[in-house]
Ligand binder design. Structure first.
Ligand code: SF4
Length: 407
């Protein structure tokens, strides 16, 4: 099996991937399987073994976020979920105020199971509502109704979840500006503490991609941009601060686990396809349920990818990930951590500022505006190009000096 991760200290997040779903949604390219419930028990055995054997490497870490994502964790059965959380608490040092999130779909939760999960320690729930129009849910084969979404929110609140998030998707087939606005209003009436609003993406190999290839038309980029900018301003009025491109929260309710990805803080993932950034390495497990179970329980191949991350790559990650957040980037943070010149980056940011895409705060932090978030991929690609250029121009004189020193 894969060599043990190098021990590390400090704060750490744990991600548990539950790769089971009732059925597949047309747009989904996450690693998740429908109709494989018979494998849940062996998967549980593998996860428990993997958690136990990794614990030693994380013995000096304080676990301050745990995230059960998928797939659909809520269809895995509350008993198994409680078993996993109990094992994490047994083998790892979980902080008292740790954020412990469960992703759930409306059709696989009820008050009784949510109450048991809340009592076991889950303290945040993220419910996949996606749309308040049945026709739009049906158009992508979501496995639940709008009413089930409302009932799931009520059951979660009654079970004691004081930190509740809803996921919504804009750009669904058949959606219009006004039906999206209705969905947002419907979600606001449910009073979530956090909202994630994602633009629909047509991922290669999905049934949706096949439909589009056969001529089905979706909202174009301009229409999606209109929906996005309307959403940012509507949610701001309702008291939800935008802290990342697609994420909005009432004060104090930003997802600590998701922020750790964008702020490049360490985490360990468990399950097929799960990624980790731990002990100075980034690695991921096989995207194959049977292979993962076999790899853990019988010692076969388990590792899919593994990289040691050089400092300059960390510098690129800093730009790519931090600029997704409202916190943005700052000159001395960048210079002091990655030893790179901020000048060429700032020059471009000033240009972006002129276009209304970026802003500099009074504290000297640069961040994108909502208009900038819309084109963030292009803006970040531009900054990475400047960074690479600056790095190479810095390397050349150093290499020349070394060469001359040898003569
Ligand atoms: S429920 Fe979520 S993970 Fe499962 S198929 Fe649908 S989008 Fe994908």
């Amino acid at each position: 099996m894969f060599g043990k991760p190098k021990a590390a200290g400090g704060k750490l997040g744990i991600y548990i991937h539950i790769p089971f779903c009732r059925s597949k949604c047309d747009y989904c390219d996450f690693y998740s399987l429908a109709g494989q419930e018979d494998k849940m028990d062996s998967y549980q055995k593998a996860l428990l073994a993997h958690l136990k054997e990794t614990a030693f490497a994380a013995r000096d870490c304080s676990i301050d976020t745990i995230y059960f994502g998928g797939g659909t964790p809520s269809c895995y059965g509350e008993k198994r979920l409680r078993g996993l959380l109990a094992a994490i608490k047994k083998y790892y040092q979980v902080s008292k105020d740790g954020e412990i999130t469960l992703e759930a779909n409306p059709d696989s939760v009820d008050f009784k199971s949510l109450k048991l999960l809340r009592r076991a320690g889950f303290n945040r729930i993220s419910i996949g509502l996606q749309s308040a129009r049945q026709r739009e849910l049906d158009a992508v084969h979501r496995p639940h109704t709008v009413e089930q979404g409302d009932e799931a929110v009520a059951a979660a609140r009654k079970a004691g979840f004081a930190n509740l998030s809803l996921d919504l998707i804009y750009g669904l087939p058949g959606q219009t500006i006004s039906s999206w606005q209705d969905t947002v209003e419907h979600a606001l009436a449910l009073e979530p503490d956090h909202l994630s609003c994602y633009g629909l993406k047509v991922e290669e190999g999905t049934p949706l991609a096949a439909r589009v290839a056969q001529g089905e038309r979706l909202l174009n980029d301009d229409a999606q941009a209109t929906l996005y900018l309307w959403t940012v301003s509507r949610l701001a009025k309702a008291g939800y601060g935008q802290y990342e491109i697609s994420n909005f929260a009432k004060p104090g309710f930003a997802s600590r686990h998701n922020l750790r990805y964008w702020l490049t803080q360490p985490y360990i993932g468990f399950g097929p396809g799960a990624h980790s950034d731990f002990g100075g390495r980034r690695y991921s497990w096989l995207r194959d349920l049977d292979g993962y179970i076999k790899g853990v329980l019988e010692g076969g191949k388990l590792l899919d990818t593994e990289d040691l991350i050089p400092q300059e790559e960390r510098g690129s990650e800093y730009l790519m990930l931090r600029l997704r957040t409202a916190k943005g980037i700052e000159e001395w943070e960048y210079r002091g951590t990655y030893f790179m010149d901020f000048g060429p980056i700032e020059e471009r940011l000033r240009l972006f500022e002129g276009q209304g895409w970026a802003e500099k705060t009074a504290e000297g932090r640069w961040h994108f505006t909502p208009k900038g978030f819309l084109v963030s991929n292009q803006l970040i690609a531009d900054l990475l190009e400047r960074q690479e250029h600056a790095r190479l121009s810095d390397l050349l004189p150093r290499a020349q000096a070394r060469f001359q020193g040898r003569k």
